[in-house]
Design a binder for this molecule. Structure first.
Ligand SMILES: NC(=O)c1ccc[n+]([C@@H]2O[C@H](COP(=O)([O-])OP(=O)(O)OC[C@H]3O[C@@H](n4cnc5c(N)ncnc54)[C@H](O)[C@@H]3O)[C@@H](O)[C@H]2O)c1
Length: 435
């Protein structure tokens, strides 16, 4: 029998002759378990509080899936979720506070990453390099440069990656796309996208306080700048502070901009981005991100316009949605339905309802892709990256108060201050992944 050492030696010799790709030589990758159709799938969850836990629940619908490990920096969340898991399944998961220890385990096939956005990149890249497949929550990352690193990591380590933009697995969104592709709407001149949610406003700030017992706040901050603990910048509401998230623009923006970009077959950057925002609805808003924001993405022959305000109302009686405006009709969609409103009776009115299975189907798609080694998941890392970049472009243009052009090959804006917002400075000892 060939030992691990002999095998590595043989592969090294083959690499020297050019017979294997050098990236396959990553030791972890070589010994990554590959899942066959009838195999058990061992998964682990990193970041257990909100969406991570919801994701895990849909994974556990599948009897072949076992959750063997949970990781969180908050001991009470970790213990609560572990005991809930034991009630759902017989086996007790191993508990971790440091995801790197969890990644050392060879029996884990895939990880779910449900941590705040500023953690996605490091954890995803490390998971890929440890030979794990990854279900990573949206937005893919908290910066443009991190998106690029994650795309590179998935390719370098040849991992199956699903981004948690579950609308990509929604039946009515696929029907909507088919309808748009039919051309019935005529020439689409403009797409409006909006998300008006009150949680973008954080009122009644509280002073910084000691770190509550059982929380490893240093690790929660991770690569983000050092600061003292404040409960309003922590669980759940971190998404309204630039170091950890991008407000409604990234939180809902990636879901809805995804539909706009998909509908319009956009695969690259816009010609120009013009954006303006601030805390205008509630000037006393403690959040750094904008409770009010408007972004125009310019293309050769149409525009996409994003808008958010933290007042829960909106056109068509919907506080969030996407509107494709064509010469023959207007198509309006959100998670509740899509509808066509004819212009001057040029086409038929339509209303189409969803089956509300998006999330379950998204998880099933990931598991099937793991089994068949299909890299083209329902929401690939490239797709997640494109949407996240659009969201960051909108925020950056408003933050520097300038119209911008972004060159995605040279990785630069036509603006010095905007360039400083492309890549975060990771706080030591964390290092920005080099791939
Ligand atoms: N797909 C969707 O519809 C959807 C919905 C909600 C949230 N999300 C995404 O899910 C992610 C999590 O959001 P949330 O609302 O659940 O946040 P949350 O604050 O409720 O939960 C994050 C969890 O991660 C833990 N954590 C933080 N740093 C960690 C680390 N280094 N290692 C291990 N655990 C760590 C926290 O303690 C917490 O338990 C975000 O990226 C968010 O955008 C997606």
């Amino acid at each position: 029998m060939t030992t691990r050492r002999e095998f590595l030696k043989k592969m090294g010799a083959m690499a020297a002759t050019g017979l294997v790709m050098p990236t396959i030589l990553s030791e972890n990758n070589l010994f990554a378990r590959s899942v066959a159709a009838n195999d058990k799938i061992n998964i682990a969850l990193i970041g257990c509080r909100g969406m991570g836990w919801s994701n895990l629940n849909d994974f556990l619908i599948h009897p072949e899936v076992e959750c063997v490990a949970l990781c969180d920096i908050d001991k009470s969340i970790l213990e609560n979720k572990a005991s809930e898991l034991v009630k759902m399944r017989s086996g007790k998961p191993e508990l971790y506070g440091d995801y790197r220890k969890l990644l050392e385990r060879k029996d884990i096939d895939a990880v779910i990453i449900g941590t705040p956005d500023h953690w996605h990149c490091l954890q995803m890249v490390d998971a890929c390099s440890a030979g794990k497949d990854v279900y990573v929550e949206k937005p893919l990352a908290n910066s443009i440069a991190e998106c690029d690193a994650m795309v590179a990591a998935a390719k370098k380590y040849n991992r199956v990656v699903q981004v948690g933009q579950q609308q990509r697995s929604g039946n009515h969104w696929h029907e909507m796309k088919k309808y748009i592709d039919s051309g019935k709407l005529g020439k689409i001149a403009k797409v409006n996208v909006w998300a008006n949610f009150g949680y973008a406003t954080i009122l009644n700030p509280v002073p910084d306080s000691p770190v509550p017992a059982g929380i490893d706040f240093e690790t929660w901050l991770g690569p983000a700048p050092k600061r003292t603990f404040n409960e309003k910048r922590f669980h759940g509401s971190w998404r309204m502070f630039w170091d950890y998230g991008g407000g409604l623009m990234t939180d809902w923006g990636v879901h809805l901009m995804d539909m706009a970009l998909w509908g319009m077959n956009v695969n690259g950057m816009p010609n120009r981005i013009l954006s303006s925002g601030g805390n205008f609805a509630y000037p006393e808003n403690y959040a750094e991100t904008f409770d009010t924001l408007s972004v125009v993405y310019e293309f050769d022959d149409f525009t996409i316009q994003w808008s958010n305000v933290s007042i829960e109302a909106g056109p068509y009686g919907r506080n969030y949605g996407v509107e494709f405006i064509g010469t023959n009709g207007i198509l309006v969609a959100n998670r509740e339905s899509w509808e066509v409103y004819p212009v001057q009776n040029k086409i038929e009115a339509i209303k189409s309802m969803p089956n509300y299975q998006d999330h379950r189907d998204h998880v099933t798609n990931f598991l099937n892709c793991m089994k068949t080694r299909e890299m083209n998941t329902a929401c690939t890392v490239d797709n997640g990256s494109l949407c996240a970049k659009y969201a960051h472009l909108g925020n950056i243009s408003a933050r520097v108060r300038s119209a911008l052009v972004y060159d995605d090959v040279k990785k630069t804006f036509n603006h010095r201050e905007a360039n400083k917002l492309i890549k975060p400075d990771y706080r030591k000892p964390w290092k920005f992944p080099e791939l």
